[in-house]
Design a protein around this ligand. Structure first.
Ligand SMILES: C[S@@+](CC[C@H](N)C(=O)[O-])C[C@H]1O[C@@H](n2cnc3c(N)ncnc32)[C@H](O)[C@@H]1O
Length: 272
């Protein structure tokens, strides 16, 4: 497998237990999110029996819920711990026959799946695009996605960070530290945005709530990723064999995208 940047190794493999705490919290709204995604899939003619691949699937919160709605789903992720947790969750939810998890680097998808095998590929919650801080790698990632998708198939990039929103927040000095309570854990975030390189960096520090109201330090990791504007991402996708189809402000209303206010919910179709 290709070497991973240090932060990817640390956040998703070595410290996967910490990242799992964030994923567990995300599971609370996963069923609803999957229903909204299914609604979008239907809008593009992708019916229940379709074969779907999620790249960077984590522990399967989207995949498993899509399988419960009838889709046949495959998920790839580089993290053995997250994949093993996903396999366990699929079994617990009775969909183990409809979800297949593969430990795989998305840069090597074509080694694992046949050309044109899938009806659609999903990248959900700022997954993989931008992680390697290199546009050419992003083109390669999307080319691999194109290879495993049938002609006329689709790519969905959903709930993904948008550079224009960060630029506006940066200009208004609205990027600052915050915290989130994830059940018995407190997550402290310290984000920064660099407009010169279009990169967002963030340090996530985890504390466990102790009985005496103290916080016990659990660990931390940092990440740094390249963020794109809509037109940059459309160009990258085009270089990889994808034609831009539509962008939406959110999955609930499917209103038109507003460049400086919404994250990406983008639809692409194969370029023929
Ligand atoms: C932000 S998480 C999103 C998880 C999932 N999509 C969700 O919405 O719950 C990004 C995931 O991408 C995975 N990942 C990062 N680089 C990858 C790569 N090169 N190939 C496959 N998975 C990767 C990480 O292990 C992590 O689980």
């Amino acid at each position: 497998m290709n070497r991973q940047p240090r932060w990817i190794e640390e956040a998703f493999i070595e410290k996967a237990d910490l990242f799992l705490k964030v994923l567990e919290w995300q599971w609370e709204r996963a069923e609803e999110e999957a229903k909204l995604i299914a609604n979008l899939l239907r809008k593009y003619g992708i019916k229940d029996e379709a074969k779907l691949l999620e790249v960077g699937c984590g522990n399967g919160r989207i995949l498993i819920n899509l399988a419960k709605l009838g889709y046949r789903t495959w998920g790839v992720d580089i993290s053995p711990k997250l994949i093993n947790d996903g396999i366990k969750k699929a079994r617990e939810r009775g969909v183990e026959g409809k979800v297949e998890f593969v430990i795989c680097d998305v840069r090597e998808l074509s080694k694992f799946f046949k050309r044109g095998f899938f009806d659609a590929v999903l990248a959900v919650w700022t997954s993989i695009i931008g992680y390697y801080l290199n546009d050419d790698v992003d083109v390669r990632v999307l080319k691999e996605c194109r290879y495993v998708t049938k002609d006329g198939g689709h790519l969905f990039v959903l709930n993904t960070v948008n550079r224009d929103v960060l630029t506006l927040r940066h200009s208004l000095r609205c990027i600052f530290p915050s915290f989130e309570e994830l059940d018995d854990v407190v997550l402290v975030e310290k984000p920064t945005f660099d407009p010169l390189t279009s990169t967002i960096s963030n340090k996530w520090t985890f504390y466990k709530k102790a009985a005496n109201k103290d916080l016990k330090y659990l660990g931390e990791f940092e990440f740094k990723l390249r963020v794109y504007s809509l037109h940059e991402l459309i160009n990258i996708a085009k270089r990889a064999g994808w034609k831009y189809v539509a962008s939406y402000t959110d999955l609930t209303t499917l209103r038109d995208f507003v460049p400086s206010l919404s994250g990406f919910n983008l639809v692409f179709e194969t370029l023929t």
